[in-house]
Each structure stands twice: as structure tokens, then as C-alpha cells.
Design a protein around this ligand. Structure first.
Ligand SMILES: Nc1ncnc2c1ncn2[C@@H]1O[C@H](COP(=O)(O)OP(=O)(O)OP(=O)(O)O)[C@@H](O)[C@H]1O
Length: 445
């Protein structure tokens, strides 16, 4: 057991504070053409233990902030439950919700814009106490002075204005404000990303000290994986509104199980330049959260997507098939999002019909097995008929597998770790094995 895991166990009680089940948060339509909701959080399950720091990582736009905001009811859940100390807080409203809110607060990324520059530091920190009518005016002022001290600021800072402070000090003000109502749970949304590296360490130390002193539970949202590795007890890896892998930080960093976690971690530069781990470059861009893939959310970019058994093709041909399907998916998406009249005016029908050109671009320099060629030609026929949706559906039927049609389950991959990937089922090779077979040197070990 590594040192950090021992640390983790020592300052947690193991008791669950938050239990999140099948949580979804969708942002409704809007936009020029209305249309499908943005599925920002699309069915996540996890728990956070009292006293722990749970990290949330993933590419920009994968839903981290939305998930954090939903956990403290700054966003309304579309469905699912968030049990906080046994109470489903998604059901609270009115006075009950106001009362509960004291338990959960948020620290924002950008201390430049998150503090009201027209209020004094004292007023900013005191505001939540005023709103919740805590004690007398004198007691509130006293409480603010204590908070200033706890976050490393001076009593005389009470009457100053935020613009008179540095970034790190402003973040201390934000933290004092978040702690004013003595919450149990704090969402830290990229709390140090806007700060200089030297200041980052000071703020991280402060957050750790405050956690220790007040028994706080943190959800720590971050892009910077080295910060997460340093400060978090457990980590959830998010992709397109889903949690792909959840587990203790060191286990997850040292031996990632899920193909997406492997890809995300392989993007971290190796400290040892002789280390051989290959960077896994993910093909394509993340799909739109308005139109996520049907089966596994990562299927369209996964380097170890399961292939159908009845087609025998080389890795290179499969790569081209994937690219071809991406192009067709984009076409069908463009088709769906643009109204009929506008499409005619923009001349989209002709543009979409040009399937032969796409085939030429994708496949001219590879030998296609006859059955693959037949399927590609059939898809092109649909495209030429002006029906990219049918082409997309056909390709899915011809080249898809359970990754394209079934939502994976959460597999227990080792002690306290779960991974959301069909490859953990016993009838498939595990993700790491398959990555090696396909020529990736992985980070294992
Ligand atoms: N208020 C909103 N209305 C509509 N869509 C939204 C809203 N807020 C976020 N989104 C969309 O929801 C998805 C998830 O966004 P979110 O900010 O939660 O991701 P994130 O992982 O925190 O990104 P980042 O790391 O860039 O902050 C994105 O597609 C985003 O455009």
C-alpha cells in the first residue's frame, strides 16, 4: 500500500456523505434551431466519503462544472438522486432547500471575476451570514474576523476592496466566504488554475489545512492532473457526461483500467524522458453532448473499440472505417440541425450527396476486403439519395458492436475501483491487453 493511500484512510471515516445515483442534468434546447437538450451530465453513479477529497477530471466541456453545481443544487437535476447524509436533496425546495444550502458551498475558478468589486472584503465574506440571518450584526462581524484569520488574511483587510489584493489573496477571500456558514461539503471548481504556480501550492496547503481543521469534504474539479494526483484521495474521470472510471488516486494514476483514462493520462508528459509509454492520440473530436453516441459514450474515439467478429480487416482498414463513420455522423448531424428551407438555400443537398469523393479520400490507398467495400458502397448509395441518417444507421449495423449499441455497466476492476467499459466483460480481452496488441506501449506498472 503506498503512503498516500495510508494517508487517505487515516483522515477519512469511510462513512458516505454523498451518494449519487443515475444523475442526469440536461440543458434544454435554446439556440437558433432549438432542438435536442445538451446532456451535460448523463447518468453518473458514485459516492463521496465524509472527509475525503474527490477529484473530477476530464476534457473541457465534459460536464465537470455542471456535475459540481448539481451536487449542491445550483443546477436542477433532470433525473436521478443525490443523497446527502441520507436526504435526497434533489427533492428539496423552498425553506428546506435554503436551510440545506448552508451545508454545501462552492469556490470558483477565477478570483478576478467571482468577487463583487463594489463590496468590501468584510461585506463579501459576511453576505452569506446576513442572508441566513446568523446571529447579531456584531457576532457576524466577529465571525468574519475569525474567518480572515483562518484563511491567512489580516483583520485590517475587512474594509479593503477585492481589487487591492493579489490573485492568491482574492482566492483566500473566496474560500473564507464559502466557509462562512460552516458547510460540510465544498465544491472547489478549478480553485488554483488561474493562479501562479508558486501561489497554487499555498492555496492547496490552505485547503488541506482547513479540511483537516473542520472535517470538510471536497469535490475538487481540475484540468491539471498533477494537482489532482497531489491533493485527491479518489478520482472520477469524466467523458461526455459520464464517469468512465472511479477509484483511489494512486491506483488510477499508476494503472488506469479504462481506455479513456489511459488516453487522458498518456497526455501527461513523462518526467523520465527514457520512459517508453506511448501517447495515445485520440482520433476525432468529442461528439456533441446534444447527440452523444448510443452505446458507450467513448465508442467513436476509443482506440480499443470492440470489432464485429464477422469482418476480417487490418487495423489500418478499421481506422479508415472509423474515420469514414465519423464523417458520415457529422453529415447526418448537420442534416438534423438545419431546417429544410435553410438547407435548400445553402445548397446542402448537393454538398451532402458527394459520397464518392469521401470514399476516395478515405480509402484510395488501402486494400479493402470485398465485404467491407460492399458495405461502404451501400452507405454511399444512401448518401447519394440524400439520406445521411440511413447511411449512418447502415454503417452502425455493418461495422458496429456492443460498444455502439449497449450502454456499458460499471465493472468492479479491483478493490474500490470501477470502470465503465464493455471490455471488462469476461468474453473480451481487457483494455490494457488489447492496447498492447494494437501496438500501444502502455503505462502499466
Ligand atoms: N447554462 C448552460 N446552458 C446550456 N449549455 C450549457 C450550460 N452550461 C454548460 N453547458 C454545456 O454543457 C456541457 C458541459 O459543460 P461544463 O461547463 O459542465 O463542462 P466542464 O467539463 O466543466 O468544462 P470546462 O472544463 O471547460 O469548465 C458543455 O457542452 C457546455 O457547453
Amino acid at each position: 500500500m503506498s503512503e498516500s493511500i495510508v494517508d487517505t484512510v487515516s483522515h477519512q471515516t469511510g462513512e458516505t456523505l454523498l451518494d449519487v445515483q443515475d444523475l442526469k442534468t440536461y440543458y434544454e434546447g435554446g439556440g437558433l434551431f432549438g432542438g435536442d437538450p445538451v446532456k451535460a451530465v448523463d447518468g453518473v453513479n458514485f459516492e463521496i466519503a465524509r472527509g475525503e477529497t474527490f477529484g473530477l477530471v476530464g476534457e473541457s466541456g465534459c460536464g465537470k462544472t455542471t456535475l459540481g453545481r448539481t451536487l449542491i443544487q445550483l443546477e436542477t437535476a433532470t433525473s436521478g438522486t443525490v443523497s446527502f447524509d441520507g436526504t435526497d436533496i434533489t427533492e428539496l425546495s423552498g425553506g428546506d432547500l435554503k436551510q440545506w444550502r448552508r451545508n454545501a458551498q462552492m469556490v470558483f475558478q477565477d478570483p478576478e471575476s467571482s468577487l463583487n468589486d463594489r463590496m468590501t472584503v468584510g461585506e463579501i465574506i459576511r453576505e452569506p451570514l446576513d442572508v441566513h440571518e446568523q446571529g447579531t450584526a456584531r457576532e457576524r462581524r466577529e465571525k468574519v474576523r475569525t474567518l480572515l484569520d483562518e484563511v491567512g488574511l489580516m483583520p485590517e483587510h475587512y474594509y479593503r476592496y477585492p481589487h487591492q489584493f493579489s490573485g492568491g489573496q482574492r482566492q483566500r477571500i473566496g474560500i473564507a466566504r464559502a466557509l462562512a456558514l460552516e458547510p460540510e461539503f465544498v465544491v472547489l471548481d478549478e480553485p488554483v488554475s488561474a493562479l501562479d504556480v508558486s501561489v497554487q501550492a499555498q492555496i492547496l496547503n490552505l485547503l488541506e489545512e482547513l479540511q483537516e481543521e473542520f472535517g470538510l469534504t471536497y469535490l475538487f474539479i481540475a484540468h491539471d492532473l498533477s494537482v489532482v494526483r497531489h491533493i485527491c484521495d479518489r478520482v472520477g474521470v469524466m467523458y461526455l457526461g459520464n464517469l468512465m472510471e472511479v477509484g483511489p488516486t494512486e491506483q488510477l494514476f499508476q494503472n488506469p483500467e479504462n481506455p479513456y483514462t489511459r488516453a487522458l493520462l498518456s497526455a501527461i508528459p513523462e518526467p523520465d524522458p527514457t520512459a517508453q509509454a506511448d501517447r495515445i492520440t485520440l482520433p476525432g473530436s468529442p461528439p456533441s453532448p446534444r447527440d452523444p453516441p448510443e452505446g458507450c459514450p467513448f465508442a467513436t474515439r476509443c482506440p480499443v473499440r470492440i470489432r464485429p467478429e464477422d469482418i476480417d480487416a487490418s487495423d489500418e482498414v478499421w481506422d479508415r472505417i472509423r474515420e469514414f463513420r465519423d464523417v458520415i455522423r457529422e453529415r447526418s448531424r448537420a442534416e438534423q440541425s438545419i431546417g429544410e428551407r435553410l438547407k435548400e438555400r445553402l445548397g446542402f443537398e448537393t454538398a451532402l450527396a458527394d459520397g464518392d469523393e469521401i470514399v476516395d479520400e478515405e480509402f484510395s490507398d488501402v486494400d479493402l476486403p470485398p465485404d467491407v467495400r460492399e458495405h461502404v458502397e451501400q452507405a454511399v448509395t444512401y448518401l447519394s439519395d440524400g439520406d445521411p441518417d440511413a447511411a449512418r444507421a447502415y454503417l452502425k449495423e455493418a461495422f458496429g458492436s456492443r460498444c455502439d449499441t449497449e450502454t456499458p455497466q460499471y465493472y468492479d476492476v479491483d478493490d474500490r475501483r470501477t470502470s465503465f467499459c464493455h471490455r471488462h466483460a469476461t468474453d473480451h480481452d481487457a483494455p490494457g491487453e488489447e492496447l498492447r496488441r494494437r501496438g500501444y506501449d502502455t503505462h502499466d506498472g
